[in-house]
Ligand binder design. Structure first.
Ligand SMILES: Nc1ncnc2c1ncn2[C@@H]1O[C@H](COP(=O)(O)OP(=O)(O)OP(=O)(O)O)[C@@H](O)[C@H]1O
Ligand SMILES: [Mg+2]
Length: 234
């Protein structure tokens, strides 16, 4: 098990921001950002669509030196990473990556090109389904002692595979890894003891798992799905 985190906290260099009225600094969660502490093992970013999770997680990944994958190459990446101050531990992770389910095929091919996977079994990853290939990376390619940044890893995964992903994440945590994950999955964010940050227009605030909208809305829907659907379709 691990001691201190690889990434301890970050802060926004507010003096260097020219204009808080333009993207990405105009997003409520970023505009109010002072300092954010990371859990030594697992930190989640949750919140409504458009609340700024991807913007911040992408900036963290860039500030850590994880290159944008080729899907990002032509895109207008925000300049937020240039204004982030990352406070790292003295020890360095031995492994690391930035995974986004939506661009996963590209990144996976890229990782294969780099011979990232020493124990790769030779089966071309692109012949597998999106979710199978993502699970393969999580279970077989990540080596541990790593700092892993993920944006909506659940996007490709069935509920059962999300549970399998939770086990794989736990194994990597036991191998001295740290994760920062943006997610909408009430399954993933159930990891015991994780820090959950809720993003909204009023800023970034820590919440308990059972107080997240993801937990309460999913629970209420499943418990009363017939009434809920009747109401929604009325
Ligand atoms: N390149 C860009 N230029 C201007 N605005 C942008 C850009 N990229 C994102 N935004 C806006 O910034 C806000 C935050 O977007 P972001 O992708 O970070 O949200 P998110 O929390 O990851 O949402 P989701 O849960 O849907 O993935 C949104 O309103 C979005 O429209
Ligand atoms: Mg997003």
């Amino acid at each position: 098990m691990q001691g201190e985190p690889y990434l301890k906290h970050l802060s926004l260099n507010r003096e260097a921001v020219d204009n808080f009225n333009v993207y990405p600094f105009s997003i409520g969660a970023i505009a109010k950002l002072q300092q954010l502490e990371f859990h030594p093992q697992l930190t989640f970013f949750v919140g409504e669509n458009g609340s700024g999770k991807s913007t911040l997680i992408e900036a963290i990944a860039l500030a850590l030196g994880f290159a944008p994958d080729s899907n990002d190459a032509g895109q207008n990446l925000s300049q937020l990473h240039a204004q982030l101050k990352l406070h790292k531990a003295n020890r360095n992770p031995q492994d690391g990556c930035f995974l986004r389910a939506e661009s996963f095929y590209t990144l996976d091919n890229h990782m294969d090109e780099l011979a990232y996977l020493e124990s790769y079994d030779g089966e071309p990853t692109h012949r597998r389904s999106h979710g199978e290939s993502f699970m393969d990376t999580l279970s077989n390619k990540l080596k541990g002692q790593g700092l892993y940044i993920m944006d909506e890893p659940e996007a490709a995964l069935s509920p059962l595979r999300q549970m399998a992903a939770l086990s794989a994440i736990h194994r990597l945590i036991e191998q001295d890894s740290q994760f920062i994950i943006a997610t909408h999955s009430p399954i993933l964010m159930a990891y015991p003891g994780a820090t959950i940050y809720h993003f909204s227009a009023s800023g970034i605030k820590q919440v308990n798992y059972q107080d997240t909208e993801h937990f309460t809305v999913t629970r209420d829907f499943l418990l009363r799905h017939e009434q809920m659907v009747e109401y929604l379709l009325d």
